[in-house]
Design a binder for this molecule. Structure first.
Ligand code: NAD
Length: 326
């Protein structure tokens, strides 16, 4: 299939580009490089530097490249920043996708795979979280993603758009060969923060030790980035017009912050120091996905265990101490 990957120079998008090419798809990447890295984009993909909010340019690109489906990763991802500057998030994570959907309609591109997030559930009503559970996001980031989900669902009903909405839990790891990986600035995700602290001999912060969990720290569900992007390829190939397709992407297993730090100590052989801090606002006790829906599609994770996830991330961090500037 001829596919457009928006945000293909970012962490998850760059892994998706590689796996899509491996699966035989022809890939065009659209990325404005606001947080992404040109060097992360596979050289076999056609790269265009531009903004998904530029509907005229996007429509032309869709037509020129004969695009049949869009995988929409491009977004801003910092929850804290979204609280400080909601306008930035509603523009890029809602208004830009609306422009993209309009361009797709004008160019008659009828399939989209959308990167959504567990943040749309807010404080979950139950764990494991199921796809039909109520959407009640508690920050502008989660709300901007929920609004885009709704725009896609309505476009499906009104215009026959085929879609898959994928709600990611905590994405981690790197390409097993260590050539592409996670390079966010700032880095707010737990595993890279622990590994960066380990490499630099600093202590890693634990925010909150009084949660209602066995060891008092928050519990999250981790999924290897390669397994995550392979679920996209499966979902893409199964899109049918008019079919509801919302999938959680997680492993159904929860790890506490302390357990992840211990797993990083084991994987790196380093004595990583931890420093305890008060809670941050808005962190639920535990977030764990039910992934039975995506498993029913035929998805099976290749790298389900935490040690493998961390060792792939560690390989990337060791070989790229300054990310793509290395
Ligand atoms: N990383 C996670 O754990 C996680 C969890 C849940 C959901 N997600 C979602 O996955 C997607 C990708 O996340 P990521 O971690 O790879 O982020 P990232 O910042 O590494 O990648 C985002 C990419 O999109 C590009 N981009 C942003 N706005 C753009 C625009 N308007 N036009 C063109 N390009 C634009 C950036 O330059 C960057 O290359 C996002 O939609 C995010 O909300 C990520």
């Amino acid at each position: 299939m001829n596919v457009l990957v928006t945000g293909g120079a970012g962490y998850i998008g760059s892994h998706a580009v590689r796996e899509l090419i491996r699966a035989g798809h022809t890939v065009t990447v659209l990325d404005n490089l606001s947080t992404g890295h040109r060097a992360a984009v596979d050289s076999r993909a056609h790269f265009v530097q531009g903004d998904t909010g530029d509907a005229v340019m996007v429509e032309r690109l869709l037509v020129d490249r004969r695009i049949e489906a869009v995988l929409h990763f491009a977004a801003f991802i910092e929850v804290g920043e979204s609280v400080q500057d909601p306008d930035k998030y509603y523009r890029n994570n809602f208004a830009s996708p609306l422009a993209l959907l309009g361009a797709m309609r004008a160019a008659d591109v009828r399939k989209i795979v959308f990167s959504s997030t567990a943040a749309v559930y807010g404080n979950p009503v139950r764990v494991p979280i199921q796809e039909d559970d109520v959407r009640a996001p508690i920050n502008p980031y989660g709300r901007s993603k929920m609004m885009t989900e709704m725009a896609i669902e309505d476009a499906s009903k009104a215009y026959g758009l085929g879609y898959a909405i994928l709600r990611y839990f905590n994405v981690a790891g790197a390409s097993p060969d260590g050539t592409i990986g996670e390079a966010h600035e700032p880095e707010s995700h737990l595993i890279p923060r622990i590994l960066m602290a380990a490499r630099e001999g600093r202590a890693v912060g634990i925010f909150g030790t009084d949660y209602a969990t066995p060891d008092g720290t928050c519990i999250r569900d981790y999924i290897h980035v390669v397994d995550l992007v392979n679920a996209h390829i499966l979902a893409l190939e199964k899109i049918e017009e008019g079919r509801d397709a919302v999938y959680n992407l997680g492993s159904e297993k929860g790890f506490s912050v302390r357990e992840v730090i211990d797993a990083c100590r084991a994987a790196t052989g380093l004595d990583i120091r931890a420093e305890e801090h008060p809670r941050r606002p808005g962190d639920p006790d535990r977030l764990i996905a039910s992934s039975s829906r995506v498993r029913a599609l035929g998805w099976e994770p290749q790298y389900p265990d935490m040690t493998t996830i961390i060792s792939h991330a560690w390989k990337w961090h060791q070989t790229h101490p300054r990310g793509y500037k290395s």
